[in-house]
Design a binder for this molecule. Structure first.
Ligand SMILES: [Cu+2]
Length: 150
């Protein structure tokens, strides 16, 4: 391959990478502001009784807590989603701020959730049936979120 062609590929790949991870690079440039502490405390999320009685493992049967997930500077907000075991968690992702690799929301550990948030499909819903602290991160392994199930 011609040298010029090789350089063109390097430049294109670099540009794509920068676009994908603009949020993170922005965070690094702006001095990576310290993550906000616990924003969501159990009970402050909008709670509603749904008709979903009889959910397997439900401790707080039928309780649905809804969280709106946004991102800025490579950090998810709320940084911590905290619920009681058995709660149905409904995460409504904001497609405007969840862009690039931040659009892929992963919840690790035993939950193994991975979801691409889009305008058409922005909801992650599951039952918090396992207790513990689980990392919530983007497709690049950043985002610094946490799911706390007590
Ligand atoms: Cu990312």
């Amino acid at each position: 391959m011609e040298k010029r062609a090789v350089w063109a590929i390097i430049v294109i790949v670099g540009a794509v990478f920068l676009t994908m991870h603009a949020g993170h690079i922005g965070a690094v440039v702006s001095g990576a502001k310290t993550p906000t502490p616990v924003v969501q405390i159990a009970g402050t999320g909008s709670q509603s009784q749904s008709g979903s009685a009889g959910i397997p493992g439900a401790g707080k049967e039928g309780v649905v807590e809804t969280f709106t997930l946004t991102a800025s500077g490579g950090q998810y907000d709320p940084a911590v989603i905290r619920v009681k075991q058995g709660t149905t968690i409904r995460i409504e992702g904001d497609p405007k701020t969840l862009s690039g690799c931040m659009a892929v929301v992963n919840i690790g550990g035993d939950y193994r959730i991975s979801k691409l948030i889009s305008r058409e499909d922005n909801v992650i819903e599951f039952i918090a049936d396992k207790t513990g602290t689980f990392p919530m991160y983007c497709d690049m392994g950043i985002g610094n979120g946490k799911l706390l199930v007590e």
